[in-house]
Design a binder for this molecule. Structure first.
Ligand code: FAD
Length: 417
């Protein structure tokens, strides 16, 4: 079988899943990444494999964001700016925060959810990756009784897509797991989902890909995409001047995909949404599963002897100094839900960027105007979860297995020029 070389830009979850799936199909693959330390969003995220998850574009989300705009401690914060790109993104985002769009997204994301967990479990079984994977579901933890009704209604929307959810009272919750405080009114359990240690998954995927023959070049910065005179993408241009050539190029560089796509005349409109995590050692009582604290949007995930708290969504240009109060907000936001948060000692502080499109959907597919180029990005707060299916779809398409691609997912490919 002929094995055309594919160049994958980005060794995050999306790029590595693509590389792995391509290698399994006999394709020669080179992955390029400037990072040498496994420090990307794919490693630092909360580790909730929350299938069927809602996109960012929910009814009311844009107005809530505007209300919070001037509060630097709020879970969602937009740095005030008159940048035309930001204003255009915010306006498009606002237009998509409605029920009809949410329903369309959920149809696509719901179907992808089942396929992605199957793809992940196949990889973990085949490669024996030890990443603390547990199909324990996740909990939407709620303090306020009125919010518990709201959370229950939100969960029910997923029932027609086959997702199971259970409402649990505060008393039941505490009987099951002593980690939760008396103030917690209850929870909604998203039964079908899983939790995972994302950094271990990414390292395991990289090692498995290398065993299959993938070359991973770390510490190399891609400056732009290389095209020939006909406009075909023929590789990636490194800052050293070297062009790494390939028959196809998969652009999976997270938030940086935007600028790299532009170098080939393709525009993928995204905004970076920075989030933070704190890794705590010594929390007196670790919960047995992970979840999200409904009122404060702080995600939590027990990882061995540690607890990861992650969250906050800060829309601001890449590279601005950390806002340390937002790290502090993770502790404040978790304290009322979980026992023993204050006995924890932070062993790690981290920040990274979610690549967010204005309509809440990822951008996955072949760019017709630039033959040879695939884009796989824009997964926002769902990239860990959608990574395995994204990689599989891209690999299947490159290898001509078009029957595996859901037309609804292709319909979400909207790069414009
Ligand atoms: C706080 C937080 C919590 C989250 N929690 C969850 C969760 O629980 N579940 C979930 O599903 N998702 C979660 N997410 C979202 C998820 O982490 C992202 O959607 C996902 O990691 C994006 O993966 P990626 O491969 O597209 O990008 P990245 O992980 O950002 O990888 C991109 C890679 O490209 C490389 N790169 C970029 N530019 C260049 C260049 N010019 N040259 C060479 N290399 C380059 C980077 O070094 C990087 O390694 C969370 C995100 C954050 C920030």
């Amino acid at each position: 079988m002929e094995s055309p070389r594919t160049v994958v830009v980005g060794a995050g979850i999306v790029g590595l899943c693509g590389a792995y799936e391509l290698a399994r199909r006999g394709v020669e693959v080179v992955v390029l990444d400037r990072d040498t330390t496994f420090d990307n969003a794919s490693c630092g995220n909360a580790g909730l494999f929350s299938i069927g998850h809602y996109p960012l574009t929910r009814p009311g989300a844009s107005l809530r964001g505007l209300r919070w705009m001037f509060n630097r401690s709020s879970p969602l914060w937009i740095r005030p700016s008159l940048s035309p790109d930001l204003l255009r993104w915010l306006w498009t985002f606002h237009r998509h925060c409605n029920d009809a769009h949410l329903q369309r997204c959920l149809q696509t994301l719901g179907a992808m959810g089942w396929r992605t967990i199957q793809a992940l479990e196949e990889i973990l079984d085949t490669e024996s990756i030890d990443c603390l994977y547990r199909r324990s579901g996740w909990l939407d933890l709620v303090l306020d009784h009125a919010n518990l009704d709201l959370a229950t209604r939100e969960a029910k929307v997923l029932a027609p897509l086959g997702y199971r959810t259970d409402r649990i009272s505060g008393a039941e919750l505490r009987r099951m797991d002593g980690a939760y405080r008396d103030e917690v009114a209850g929870a909604v359990h998203y039964v079908d989902s899983a939790i995972i240690h994302p950094g271990r998954l990414v390292r395991g995927l990289a090692a498995a890909s290398e065993r299959l023959g993938v070359t991973i070049r770390r510490g190399v910065t891609v400056e732009g995409l290389a095209t020939d005179r006909t406009g075909r993408c023929i590789g990636a241009r490194l800052s050293s001047g070297e062009v790494v050539r390939g028959e196809t190029v998969v652009l999976a560089a997270g938030i940086w995909s935007d600028a790299l796509a532009a170098s080939a005349g393709v525009r993928v409109k995204m905004q970076p949404a920075r989030g933070y995590h704190l890794q705590l050692e010594g929390v007196a009582q670790l919960p047995t599963t992970g979840g999200v604290m409904h009122e404060t949007f702080v995600a939590y995930n027990p990882m061995g002897t540690q607890l990861r708290l992650a969250g906050t969504l800060e829309i601001a240009p890449v590279g601005r100094p950390w806002m340390r109060r937002r790290l502090g907000a993770l502790i404040t936001g978790a304290r009322r839900y979980l026992h023993g948060i204050d006995s924890g000692r932070a062993t790690e502080e981290w920040a990274g960027y979610r690549p967010c499109t204005a309509d809440g959907m990822p951008v996955i597919g072949f760019i017709r105007e630039t033959p040879g180029l695939y884009v796989a990005t824009g997964h926002a707060m769902m990239g860990l979860m959608l990574g395995p299916i994204t990689g599989r779809m891209i690999a299947a398409d490159i290898c001509g297995e078009s029957s595996t691609i859901d037309p609804e997912i292709l319909a979400s490919v909207r790069p414009d020029r």
